[in-house]
Write a protein that binds this ligand. Structure first.
Ligand code: SF4
Ligand code: SF4
Length: 298
């Protein structure tokens, strides 16, 4: 397969996590070069500052110097960042203002906070950035969703068409589990949803409103005296239950500085703090039961 016939993306990460701000230029370059070796190619098309929720990592002078050198050496073409956290807006605006990024990959789907469309428009208009939408299936809860049996087969295409209907979105990221997804998802590429499909999306929104934790939100975080990253805990639960990525979910949960073990005995001052009506304590206790898998003693 000719190398130029596909687009290859990687990120500034190692198996133990994202490279932190202040990493040396040499180390930033080294991890990409190690990637190239493993991939068996001379260059990658895109490198992401991945899952970025802090400006220090986004704007680290060393990462930008490393990228400039890799680009000059023909080892990388474009620089991007991805974000799906409550700091998404600050991160996205800083990235646009910096003029240093070619690509922005954000959680973006039907029923999301409308202000996000303005940020995407700004990225496209002011910096000609490519915008990649992720989390396009808004939790992928359509299979097994009570009351949604008649719509579940048309949901994924409708959701993808909604994303593609935004002229500022360049493409969408979606996981493929089965071969049939190739036909199903590609059919929706470049199309916009019709009225029936919009109705399917509206129904999905109403059925999942009290269980889907919006990745950019964070409105409840200040209500938790334990300073739990409620959005991260519920996102990892989503990976487990809805994405069927059980191993990844358990590993991510194990990596949290504070987990939801305290929620069961808490007086739950978080109650009522979610504008979408999520019963936070109940969801957090359930998340801990699912994700707190410890190795059994031998
Ligand atoms: S129940 Fe959990 S999330 Fe809610 S306030 Fe208590 S510790 Fe925080
Ligand atoms: S639980 Fe509700 S308020 Fe908290 S981050 Fe999720 S959507 Fe926002």
């Amino acid at each position: 397969v000719p190398r130029e016939s596909f687009f290859l993306a990687t990120k500034w990460c190692t198996p133990i996590g994202h490279l932190p701000a202040g990493t040396s230029v040499e180390r930033y370059k080294e991890v990409v070069e190690e990637s190239l070796g493993r991939l068996g190619t001379d260059y990658v098309d895109l490198i992401h500052v991945h899952s970025c929720d802090e400006l220090d990592r986004l704007l680290d002078p060393n990462v930008h110097e490393a990228f400039a050198q890799l680009k000059a050496e023909g080892k990388a073409r474009f620089l991007g960042f991805s974000s799906h956290t409550p700091n998404l807006l600050d991160v996205a605006n800083a990235a646009i203002d910096s003029g240093k990024f070619d690509v922005m990959m954000l959680a973006y789907h039907h029923g999301i906070w409308p202000g996000l469309s303005d940020v995407i428009g700004r990225a496209s208009r002011e910096q000609d950035m490519g915008v990649v939408a992720m989390k396009t299936l808004k939790g992928a809860k359509h299979h097994g969703l009570e009351g949604f049996e008649d719509e579940q087969d048309s949901y994924a295409q409708a959701a993808l068409k909604w994303v593609h209907g935004d002229p500022n979105v360049s493409c969408a990221v979606i996981s493929f589990f089965d071969l049939q997804h190739v036909d199903e998802y590609l059919y929706a590429s470049g199309k916009t949803p019709n009225a029936d499909e919009v109705a399917v999306l509206d129904k999905y929104d109403s059925l999942t409103a009290d269980t889907y934790c919006a990745p950019h939100c964070g409105a409840c975080l200040s209500s938790c005296p334990e300073k739990l990253a409620i959005n991260d805990v519920l996102r990892h639960r989503m990976y487990f239950e809805d994405y069927r990525s059980e191993r990844q979910a358990i590993d991510l949960y194990a990596g949290l500085k504070r987990n939801a073990s305290v929620c069961a005995e808490c007086s739950a001052p978080c109650t009522g703090s979610c504008p979408f009506g999520i019963r936070i304590q109940e969801r957090m206790v359930g998340a801990h039961e699912l994700l707190d898998v410890r190795p059994t003693a031998s």
